[in-house]
Write a protein that binds this ligand. Structure first.
Ligand SMILES: Cc1ncc(COP(=O)(O)O)c(C=O)c1O
Length: 419
């Protein structure tokens, strides 16, 4: 029997050819570190609903939705219609659009802590903007965040992934409020903000232990530091965002992904008082510009994406995710593979260890997850090489049954390769 990699190569000759071509003009043939995997990432030709199609015509069930941003699947017709209509009227202009107001209104009406919004073009920019705002308002420099937390690729906020303190960034341990308390006791007076993901995504979909987020919020408040909650991937967990689920009222909220309806986007939101710092009518207001901020096409698409993400749809995805997780666990157990899942709502991460590991980006199961990822591709399932899965509202229960079967087949291949 051929190896998993041989089968992957046999199914994807056009992707192999295009990877080779890409390597001549982009390092590693790619332009996003997280999407790279061996032997080469696929070239995708198009997406439609819950499916992606590669350059060889293979069909995959899209279980990633561009890293959680396509919450209504690919080319969702109402989004396509709104974006096309907007683009016909011009793709960008240096003035507001009505769609921009509508998207900001939707966000303000859903998320309790947000009264005003500023748009940018990525979650990374939202993190930069949040850090700038907190530093300006507190007159302090230090940022606190969780080890292995991720808030985009701004270097002051990237240290979480690297796992070590920096000149202007200190790291606490997610789930351990005392570790944050200790840093606040030592450096609280210098701390501008503590940044937290309510559920840590890149670290393996780690949910907070009860009380943890509230305890860190309290210590931050006591030290006069701002609480920044990063909802770039978690806004989809509840109509009011994960902060509603966990009873938080952050000073600043970072957003991205789903609020752009599949187009590049980022935003921060906060109270009117805090956001006054950006008001150009105020003396000494902060400079915040960006040629594509609040782009009309993005905002038209984003408004549909947010409006159509109802609580009923969120609950349905949650139930489907629970079923998928349970069926994968059962299939892996029948094959005697070490396997575990962490799932919160429509987001999950799978691991080839008996228990989910502590928050980390350094995986001890890296070989198995890499093999399983390739095996799953050969069975028509597309998810992140690190095992991140995000469901979308366009996956039917029938398709979910098919996903479970394909997942079990990929696990069988993996068990065959391992034994
Ligand atoms: C929690 C979190 N914050 C920030 C970001 C950065 O967003 P972007 O990729 O749009 O820059 C991400 C991206 O995955 C994220 O997961």
């Amino acid at each position: 029997m051929s190896s998993i990699e041989d089968r992957f190569r046999a199914l994807t000759p056009n992707s192999a050819r295009l990877a080779e071509r890409a390597e001549h003009v982009m390092p590693g043939g790619d332009t996003r570190t997280t999407t790279y995997h061996r032997p080469y990432p696929l070239t995708i030709a198009r997406g439609e609903g819950p499916f992606l199609f590669d350059a060889d015509g293979n069909r995959y069930v899209d279980l990633l939705g561009n890293y959680t941003s396509l919450v209504h699947g690919n080319a969702y017709p109402p989004i396509l219609e709104a974006a096309t209509k907007a683009a016909r009227g011009g793709t960008a202009w240096p003035a507001r659009s009505e769609a921009q107001i509508e998207l900001a209104e939707l966000i303000c009406s859903r998320v309790d802590s947000i009264e005003r919004v500023r748009f940018c073009n990525s979650g990374t920019e939202a993190g930069m903007l949040a850090a700038q705002l907190a530093r300006r308002l507190t007159g302090r420099k230090l940022i606190l965040m969780a080890r292995h937390g991720y808030h985009g690729s701004y270097d002051d906020l990237e240290l979480g992934l690297l796992g070590h303190d920096g000149e202007r960034t200190l790291l606490g341990t997610f789930g351990d409020a005392a570790s944050f308390e200790k840093i606040f006791a030592e450096r609280g007076a210098e701390t501008a903000a503590v940044f937290l993901e309510p559920v840590m995504g890149s670290a393996g979909m780690v949910a907070p232990p009860p009380g943890f987020l509230g305890q860190v919020a309290t210590v931050a408040h006591r030290a006069g530091a701002m609480l920044v909650i990063d909802e770039v991937i978690t806004l989809r967990l509840h109509e009011g965002g994960a902060q509603k689920l966990f009873g938080l009222r952050p000073h600043i909220t970072m957003m991205g992904k789903i609020i752009g309806g599949g187009f590049p986007v980022g935003a921060i939101g906060a109270s009117a008082e805090i956001m006054k710092a950006f008001d150009p009518r105020e003396r000494g207001s902060m400079l915040h510009s960006g040629t594509f901020n609040g782009n009309p096409v993005t905002c038209a698409a984003g408004a549909v994406s947010v409006r159509e993400l109802t609580q009923a749809r969120i609950d349905k995805m949650d139930a489907q995710a629970k079923r998928l997780a349970a069926e994968l666990v059962r299939a892996a157990r029948d094959l005697e593979l070490p396997f575990s899942v962490r799932q919160t709502g429509s987001l999950m991460n799978i691991f080839f260890t008996r228990e989910p590991p502590p928050p980390t980006i350094l995986r001890e199961d890296s070989k198995m997850i890499a093999n399983f990822h390739l095996a799953a591709l050969t069975h028509g399932l597309f998810f992140a090489p690190r095992g991140l899965i995000a469901l979308s509202t366009v996956i039917s229960d029938e398709l979910l049954s098919e996903i479970c079967e394909r997942g079990a087949d990929a696990l069988t291949d993996l068990a065959g390769a391992a034994h």
